[in-house]
Design a protein around this ligand. Structure first.
Ligand SMILES: O=C([O-])CC(=O)C(=O)O
Ligand SMILES: [Mg+2]
Length: 405
């Protein structure tokens, strides 16, 4: 067994199995403590909440509690491995919520037959939480699931793989374009993958100025074009009126490659076909569409990002979901809307251009980091992220009328 594989398994097995636990936030030592915490004292907040549901924010953990919910149908770039196998990832998201934003998060893995059954399960437990982070749910069901839950729940529901990934991608992409001296309006964009992250990333890039006609999206069958008859509703939004059919056809002269598909799907010869000063975001996790060392060997003029923390430029939704929820929970927002997403993009972009604190340099084993080809997006352990993104998101929630306090 490789050393890294064993270390990863040991990390999850020891000192106790898993990565999260529950801690008490009040004293529970004396008989008096127990009388307050439980019977008879607990009856008092029960009555208060029965009278006014908003009191749940005052007397329970609800307001700082997020559910990370998956059915395991699209676990990272690994595929449909079922709900239980997704548990380490969902516990991992809970770890990141707590570590980076002080949010208590609990993972919930749902076994279900129909999409409706999944939606009902989540809708029926939603009031327990201050927010719901949907994770690793495959397309196209994820679109209906998110839309329906947004309608049915009074708390923010956010499909991280769509919008978290899109927000970080847009921030990194706009910064990378600035460094490469290109503008998004003229960029020829190739998106390998047509799932949740692909659709959301391209829609957000379009909101930021990209031209829909200049986007070529590919699924397992090749380029999504107007003469295909097998397209789902979401794929057909990206059907391009083109006679190009393969990845090679569309990579010829492309400025941007976004990979949200699977490991090693971008051959180096195909990367070589891109325009001068290209931008390659190979974001499949854990293994990117092309390894950075291979990509750099083919092109010395590129900006390269992956979803991993062991290479420069980690374009991963961890840079978004803890902080956007922090901002939403702080003002008890009823939703996470486009205004809040754009505020997160702008905050991420701005932080990248500022001087990096010494503690971030130490934590990332770097002597220096400044806005450049190898630093287009902040590091996840940057303590400025929480405060800056959360306050920008809270302000956007207030300005757009979805804040509850
Ligand atoms: O977990 C990660 O590293 C990013 C993510 O959401 C995914 O790949 O599905
Ligand atoms: Mg995910």
């Amino acid at each position: 067994m490789s050393d890294f594989r064993q270390r990863a398994l040991d990390y999850h097995a020891k000192p106790t199995p898993g990565k999260i636990s529950v801690e008490l936030s009040t004293p529970a030592d004396s008989v008096d403590d127990l009388a307050l915490a439980y019977s008879p004292g607990v009856a008092e907040p029960v009555r208060e909440i029965a009278e006014d549901p908003d009191n749940a924010y005052k007397y329970t953990a609800k307001g700082n509690l997020v559910a990370v919910i998956s059915n395991g149908t699209a676990i990272l770039g690994l595929g449909n491995l079922g709900p239980l196998a997704s548990k380490p990832v969902m516990e991992g998201k809970a770890l990141l919520f707590k570590r980076f934003a002080g949010i208590d998060a609990i993972d919930i893995e749902v076994k279900h037959r129909t999409t409706e059954e999944f939606i009902n399960t989540v809708a029926n437990i939603a009031d327990t939480f201050g927010g719901i982070n949907l994770e690793d749910i495959k397309a196209p069901e994820c679109f209906e699931i998110e839309q329906e839950l947004i309608k049915r729940c009074k708390i923010p529901v956010f499909h991280d793989d769509q919008h978290g990934t899109a927000i970080v991608t847009a921030a990194g992409m706009l910064n990378a374009l600035e460094i490469q001296g290109k503008n998004i309006e003229n960029a020829k964009i190739v998106c390998l993958g047509a799932g949740a992250a692909a659709v959301a990333c391209m829609e957000l890039l379009i909101k930021c100025g990209a031209q829909r006609e200049r986007i070529y999206m590919l699924d397992r069958k090749g380029v999504i074009h107007t003469r295909r008859e097998d397209l789902t509703e979401h794929k057909s939004l990206f059907a391009n009126n083109t006679d190009k059919r393969t990845l090679e056809d569309v990579m010829d002269g492309a400025d941007i490659f976004v990979g949200v598909s699977g490991p090693d799907l971008l051959p180096p010869e195909t990367l070589a076909l891109m325009a001068d000063n290209p931008i390659v975001f190979a974001c499949s996790n854990p293994d990117p569409e092309i390894r950075p060392d291979l990509a750099h060997a083919v092109r010395d003029d590129l900006i390269m990002a992956t979803g991993r923390s062991d290479y420069p430029n980690q374009v991963n939704n961890v840079l978004c979901f803890p902080f956007i929820f922090r901002g939403a929970l702080n003002v008890r927002a009823s939703a996470i809307n486009d205004e809040m997403k754009v505020a997160a993009v702008e905050a991420l972009r701005a932080i990248t251009k500022e001087e990096v604190p010494a503690e971030v340099l130490a934590a990332s084993n770097s002597k220096s980091l400044s806005f450049s080809k190898d630093y287009i997006i902040p590091k996840p352990m940057d303590p400025r992220l929480c405060e800056r993104i959360a306050s920008a998101v809270s302000k956007a929630a207030i300005d757009s009328g979805v804040a509850g306090i």
